[in-house]
Design a protein around this ligand. Structure first.
Ligand code: HEC
Length: 138
């Protein structure tokens, strides 16, 4: 009985830790690939922005700008290049760098899954976690 309880607790703790490490991974990816332009805090601009003709936008208010729902699919496809960002000659496409063998299903606001690399999924999880508005309850 006690053993089963301990095992259950260990499983729950494992799930929580897994989510924490996905967020950490997403944060590391952001700092490595994106912060030079979008700022370490995701909301300002980094050192590379100085040489760009277009100022990188604040990425912590995406949910707000999309009527309260974080646009998971738009962001995923902008980052991996499936949708070009408006006037987007300045932001590189990250698909090759974020490529990993592991593909995972990202749940979209519509409930539909979108297959992306595990790294891109973690990056998006991180961006979603730093949004300034709480998302609309679905
Ligand atoms: C070389 C600078 C640069 C880097 C590096 C960069 N971006 Fe951008 N990003 C921009 C600029 C500039 C824009 C504004 C749109 C454009 O390029 O025309 C933008 C736009 C965006 C948009 C669209 C935002 C909106 O308002 O709709 C998203 C999402 C985004 N970037 C995410 C990322 C992520 C995630 C990374 C890292 C994987 C990243 N960017 C790396 C410069 C950069």
């Amino acid at each position: 009985m006690l053993i089963r309880m301990v095992l259950t607790l260990a499983t729950v703790a494992g799930a929580v830790l897994a989510q924490g490490s996905e967020l950490d991974d997403g944060r590391d990816l952001f700092l490595y690939f994106c912060a030079e332009c979008h700022g370490k805090d995701v909301a300002s601009v980094g050192p590379l922005a100085e040489i760009l003709a277009i100022e990188p936008p604040n990425l912590t208010n995406l949910a707000k700008r999309y009527a309260g729902t974080f646009p998971t699919d738009v962001v995923a496809m902008q980052v991996d290049g499936r949708i070009p960002v408006e006037a987007h000659s300045f932001m590189p496409v990250f698909d090759p760098s974020l490529d990993s063998d592991q593909m995972v299903a990202l749940k979209l606001p519509s409930g539909q899954p979108l297959m992306v690399s595990e790294q891109l999924a973690n990056l998006i999880l991180y961006l979603q976690s730093v949004q300034t508005v709480t998302e609309n309850a679905e």
